[in-house]
Design a protein around this ligand. Sequence first.
Ligand code: 0O2
Length: 211
Amino acid sequence: MIEDWDHFLLPYEQAVEELKIKLRGIRTQYQDAGQPSPVEFVTGRVKPIGSIQEKMVRRHVAEDRLEADMQDIAGLRIMCQFVDDIYQVVDLLRKRTDLTILEERDYISNVKPSGYRSYHIVVSYPVQMMDGEKRILAEIQVRTLAMNFWATIEHSLGYKYQGEFPKELQGRLERAGEAAFRLDQEMSAIRADISESKGDDWSEPADAEQQ
Ligand code: 0O2
């Protein structure tokens, strides 16, 4: 029995706080370099005790397997403007030496039956505790603002039905997820058109000067 949950969760709190600062640093660096940041904003949380206990029952996770088997006690979310940014962030994470990627789940190419889209990365992250280093599992979810909009609302609506929506509502949520993804695609297309026309604009003054 975990008797002191606060003590058990302490390294997870530490990991979430450290990772929030580090991942927000990506945005700061891009801004400093005057380049568009693939990271829009970052959030993080330690799973509430009640949710951990509920998931232990649902996924048959014994208490002594919690640290090894529950991957999202420490959770980070990275929100991006564009779908391409997600893959850029994933590449940046793959290059980092301060965490080890254990698993990747692409729920963008493989949309969940619920209509959920995001890119999940499970990492092992070392925190320094008073009795030495402890490696913590953390789940980093990378998604666009539109994917986050859908997931946030679907999650809060799900409370009423414990996530098991009636068929008709399920269909509507799936279609809403498709609509959010079409919005993502249109925004990317608009961005591409703008950068193309910007290219034309740049060439005009140069040509004009030559004449
Ligand atoms: P919270 O409140 O976000 O912490 P499982 O947890 O059993 O569903 P698994 O395999 O452990 O699945 O992990 P998975 O599917 O990679 O990620 C689980 C987390 O992804 C969820 O955590 C959600 O954050 C998010 N997620 C997955 N599917 C959905 C979905 O259909 N709708 C929404 N809104 N979010 C989803 P938790 O623990 O459910 O909740």
